[in-house]
Each structure stands twice: as structure tokens, then as C-alpha cells.
Design a protein around this ligand. Structure first.
Ligand code: ZN
Ligand code: ZN
Length: 186
């Protein structure tokens, strides 16, 4: 799921779209142009948007009737799914930290959290592989199957929209803004 959300944010739509553009698409695109900026974001800034989306989803588990076996299974699924989704952006930030906190580095080495090596491959243009940013377990299989390129071709065929159509213009505008601010684009 983290891969699908990340792929959508990287590939489709415009940062000028209402709400979604500013809250979801823009941060992912800024992150490609300037990955170092992510490390300057504090805990709330890093996790707030994901938490806002996940908390109602987690809370909905209380509404599922648990008198039956399928109901209990559904409640456990919703709670487990929400609990995994909640730290996604934190795990993503750790994949950029050099060195990561000690325990996190160990979890990355064990493959329980997204590894820095795996995520580094996502950060090579055109940013079109290894979208999964929680534990990264699906990245290798999805890349081997050509899952996202196939999905992009299908979406393009159905809608006529070009994937990552705004990437070059976005990178140029971000570099221009950095120059005007006297900063150094990463
Ligand atoms: Zn990305
Ligand atoms: Zn990243």
C-alpha cells in the first residue's frame, strides 16, 4: 500500500491540485529534488499527515462487530494494517539518515524496516522503482514483474495522461526557487 500511494503521488496529478496536490503530491516531489530537506523535518512534520489519515482508519476498528470470527479477523486486519501504515514516513526518513539510530540500523539490516540501500535505488531518476517505503518487502518482486511500468502504460492508454509529465518543469522551478533564496539545491 505504501508503494501504491507513493507511486500515485510521484507519477500522476499536479502539485497545483486542491488539497491533495499540496498535502500529498508536492512533498514527494520536493523530496526527489531535495532529499536532504526531509532530514530537517521534525517528528510532527514528518508523521502528522500520515497520522491524520491513519487514525480515523484505526479508530474504525472499534466499529467492526467482533461477536463473530470474521468480524474479529477484520478488526485485527484493520488494526494491524493501520499500525503498519502509521510509521511509514518515519521509516522512510530513517532510510535517509546516515547513520540511522542504532536499533533502527539493526532493524534495517534484518530487513524489518526499509533499508537505505534499497531506497537509494528509488532516488535515481526517473524515480520509477522501489516505491514501497515501509519495509520494502514487495520492491524486488514488483520490480522483477515490471508491475509499475505496466500499470503506467495501462493508465496512459486509458486516460492519455503521461506519467511524471510535470517532473522536469517541477525540478526546474524548484531549482529556480532555491537560487532565488540563495540556497544550494541538493
Ligand atoms: Zn518517490
Ligand atoms: Zn526518500
Amino acid at each position: 500500500m505504501s508503494g501504491i500511494v507513493h507511486w500515485i503521488a510521484d507519477t500522476w496529478g499536479s502539485e497545483t491540485m486542491p488539497v491533495l496536490g499540496r498535502r500529498l503530491l508536492r512533498p514527494f516531489r520536493v523530496h526527489h529534488v531535495n532529499p536532504g530537506d526531509f532530514l530537517r523535518r521534525d517528528f510532527i512534520d514528518t508523521n502528522g499527515d500520515v497520522a491524520t489519515l491513519v487514525i480515523p482508519f484505526l479508530a474504525s476498528a472499534f466499529l467492526i462487530p467482533t461477536a463473530t470470527q470474521p468480524g474479529r479477523a477484520a478488526a485485527v486486519f484493520v488494526a494491524a494494517f493501520g499500525a503498519c501504515a502509521l510509521p511509514t514516513n518515519q521509516v522512510h526518513q530513517w532510510a535517509h539518515r546516515e547513520p540511522p539510530p542504532l536499533a533502527v540500523g539493526w532493524l534495517q539490516k534484518c530487513g524489518l524496516l526499509l533499508s537505505r540501500e534499497q531506497h537509494r535505488r528509488h532516488h535515481a531518476a526517473p524515480f520509477a522503482m522501489n516505491y514501497c517505503i515501509t519495509n520494502g518487502w514487495c520492491n524486488r518482486a514488483l520490480t522483477a514483474a515490471g508491475f509499475f511500468p505496466r500499470l503506467e502504460r495501462l493508465v496512459s492508454r486509458l486516460t492519455g495522461v503521461e506519467p511524471r509529465g510535470e517532473d522536469r518543469a517541477f525540478a526546474a522551478a524548484a531549482a529556480e526557487r532555491e537560487r532565488e533564496a540563495g540556497g544550494d539545491p541538493a
